[in-house]
Structure formats: structure tokens, C-alpha cells
Ligand binder design. Structure first.
Ligand SMILES: [Zn+2]
Length: 288
């Protein structure tokens, strides 16, 4: 990282208010960035309208502010980037680095390991359907700043995965990689539920000839063994009016020393000064 300014990010999807699990990701990425005198950006991942909740983006941003988690630059909304994603897809199709696939869920389930690439071999090629990347830069192992060497299933890593869905929505992997590259992100800090996604994203960075960021996967907050907090299982929203307790609890979860109870900005300032990467506990159990 020497000679290169640190740029980190927090990238929530507006599918509900922030809960304790998302606070961990926000705070962890914030502390890491600020302790490196780096930038901390916020990106709203709003490219899945059916899963979005009206007003959630505004609520997320006001919660970050209430917690003293001020970001640099203007927040980026993925919904403003659809033309860029589409142009990239068209270029990948033209370069035969991607192809259409019309396989049904049933056909895919009948394949032995993962998707077998059969639609790539059709002549003439299909002209509509889902779009898959021709995965020529697959990686099954990568370095995590906290977990060390991480391995994912080889068949999973090598799969020609979907970069545009059959329903016309841009796939998470494509949008995230294009935006991390666009924003110059040097390190991705997020929950370890995205560990396998990281392997796929590294292969896309490589295939796009974009610099690959570093990775740091934080442990996940669970409300029961093996049951992570998420918007999908209706984790409770964190309280905008009493951020001090949640900040202290999140610091404790991340293995960080307590700070003096004060205004959130002052608590965070102390937390940045005290930040100790090595004290963050590792995820013991991989939750996928
Ligand atoms: Zn297919």
C-alpha cells in the first residue's frame, strides 16, 4: 500500500434500515480507513428495485451521520451507473468474454458441479437471456488481511457466473467490481458472508485489467449460532437517537478497546487512535 492513498468504502443496499450487523461493517471499514489517514466512501447499492424499501437510502445516510460516520465525497448511487454497466456488458459480449445463457434452473441443478458453460459453445450464439462471464481469470485462493489465506471451492471459483440476470437486473458481482474500480477502492472491508463473492470479484478485476484491492472480512454478528443478523431476517434497526451504546457495543464486537462516552464524533476519533487490526476476532464459522 506504500505510496498509494488508502480508499475504503461502505456499500449498503437500501433494503431496510441499518442494524447492528451493518453497523459492524460501517464502523470496521471506517476505522480501518481513518486509521490509515485514508478516504472513506459510501456507495448505495440500489440496483435491485424489488428488494428496496422506500426511504431506506435516506434513513441509512442519516443514521451514519447520527453515528458520526461522516463519509468523503458525494455518496455514489449504483442506479446512476446502469449505462456504464450496460456498455461494459456490450463490450464483453463483442469481445466474446461473455455470452448469453438460457438454461433453466432445473438444467443447471442437473449439472454435476457448477454451470458447465454449454451456452458458450452454441453456434450461432444466443442473442438474449442471462449474461455469463467467460471466466478466464478464476482464482480459488486469495489473501485476507485478517484471515490469511482463504480458499474457496474450485468448481465454484471457475464457474462462468452470471453478470446480468435474466430479469434484466445487473448482477451484484459486476456492479461492485466496476464501482470499486471506478472509485479507486484500495481495500474492501466487509462481512465474511461475502468471502466467496470476493473470489469471484477478484477474477473480474483481473479479467477487466483493473487493480485488485486488498480484502478484509470482518466477523459476522449473529443472534444465534450460525444465524447472522440481516435485513432478510428482520434484525432490529439501530437507534438513531442513542448511538453511544451501539458504538461501544460494535467496538467491543470488533475486539477494540472501549472509548469514553461522549459525542459520537469524539468517540470515533478516540476509536481511530486506538484502532488495532490484530485485535479483531476472526470469523470462526463460515456462514454462507
Ligand atoms: Zn446456459
Amino acid at each position: 500500500m506504500q505510496g498509494q492513498a488508502y480508499i475504503g468504502r461502505f456499500a449498503p443496499s437500501p433494503s431496510g434500515p441499518l442494524h447492528f450487523g451493518s453497523l459492524i461493517a460501517a464502523l470496521g471499514s471506517y476505522l480501518r480507513a481513518r486509521s490509515q489517514q485514508g478516504k472513506w466512501l459510501v456507495r448505495i447499492e440500489d440496483i435491485d428495485p424489488p428488494r428496496e424499501v422506500a426511504g431506506a437510502s435516506t434513513l441509512i445516510l442519516s443514521t451514519l451521520e447520527a453515528y458520526g460516520l461522516y463519509w468523503d465525497d458525494t455518496e455514489l448511487y449504483q442506479s446512476t451507473r446502469l449505462n456504464v454497466y450496460e456498455a461494459k456488458l456490450q463490450q464483453l459480449l463483442a469481445d466474446e468474454q461473455a455470452y448469453f445463457c438460457q438454461c433453466t434452473r432445473k438444467q443447471i441443478q442437473a449439472m454435476p458441479d457448477s454451470y458447465d458453460g454449454r451456452c458458450a459453445r452454441l453456434h450461432p450464439p444466443l442473442t438474449h437471456g442471462a449474461i455469463r462471464i467467460k471466466n478466464t481469470a478464476a482464482i480459488a485462493q486469495f489473501h485476507d488481511q485478517l484471515m490469511g489465506n482463504v480458499s474457496v471451492d474450485k468448481a465454484f471459483a471457475e464457474e462462468d457466473f452470471i453478470i446480468k440476470r435474466r430479469d434484466g437486473l445487473y448482477a451484484y458481482q459486476l456492479a461492485v467490481v466496476m464501482d470499486d474500480a471506478f472509485q479507486g477502492i484500495t481495500e474492501v472491508v466487509r462481512g465474511s458472508d461475502l468471502l466467496t463473492s470476493s473470489a469471484r470479484q477478484i477474477s473480474l478485476f483481473q479479467q477487466f485489467h483493473a487493480p485488485v484491492p486488498e480484502w478484509l472480512h470482518l466477523p459476522l454478528a449473529c443472534d444465534a449460532p450460525g444465524h447472522k443478523l440481516s435485513k432478510q431476517n428482520h434484525a432490529q434497526a439501530i437507534d438513531n437517537k442513542a448511538p453511544q451504546q451501539s458504538i461501544q457495543a460494535a467496538l467491543g464486537f470488533l475486539g477494540q478497546a472501549k472509548v469514553d462516552i461522549d459525542a459520537p464524533e469524539i468517540m470515533l476519533k478516540q476509536a481511530v487512535e486506538q484502532f488495532d487490526l490484530a485485535a479483531i476476532p476472526q470469523q470462526q464459522e463460515i456462514l454462507l
